[in-house]
Write a new protein. Structure first.
Length: 178
């Protein structure tokens, strides 16, 4: 205890403000401080956090039960992007995981997957779908481009076998977490 007491006297003391500022520095990134994101494909999580997509001309497709994103070249040919991190398409953010595109949006300091709707939003969706089936309004089919399946956590290796549902993105790694 005497050694610990001497060590604490010799080590630098940090104010509460310094500690909070150091811990919150990640949230100063552009992705946490904007409402509109640049349309394009983010090849890495770092590109997303900085809102700097490296592919700006692209086309997302859903083929053979697999979401695919193609870069559109200057000669109008397409090149498959094998493992993008995600994309912003028509202002909507998507994470590419497990061969699916998962829609998500920012809510404060978190990015939440949109298939987890609030009860009132879920009820509105059910009502619209019911009206469409009854022929009262136009077809309200879900967008086949993205998955409405539940995704599993990928961020914590020792619990992957348990397969908890992912609800957000890890702010440090960009992987799926809950």
């Amino acid at each position: 205890m005497a050694a610990a007491d001497k060590q604490s006297a010799a080590s630098r003391k940090y104010s509460r403000e310094e500690i909070v500022k150091r811990e919150l520095r990640l949230y100063e990134a552009p992705a946490y401080n904007m409402e509109n994101y640049t349309d394009g494909v983010y090849l890495t999580y770092n590109e997303f956090i900085n809102n700097t997509p490296s592919v700006k001309s692209f086309k997302p497709l859903f083929e053979a039960n697999w979401a695919k994103i193609y870069a559109v070249n200057q000669d109008s040919s397409k090149t498959l992007i094998p493992a993008p991190w995600g994309m912003c398409y028509n202002g909507q953010l998507y994470l590419y995981a497990q061969r699916n595109l998962i829609p998500f949006s920012r809510d404060g300091r978190a990015f939440l997957f949109r298939q987890y709707l609030h009860t009132e939003d879920r009820n509105k969706s059910v009502a619209i779908a019911s009206a469409a089936k009854a022929g009262l309004i136009g077809l309200a089919a879900p967008n086949p481009m993205y998955s409405q399946d539940i995704m599993s956590v990928t961020d914590i290796p020792h619990i992957e076998g348990i397969l908890p549902e992912a609800t957000t993105i890890d702010p440090f790694s960009g992987k799926l977490m809950f």
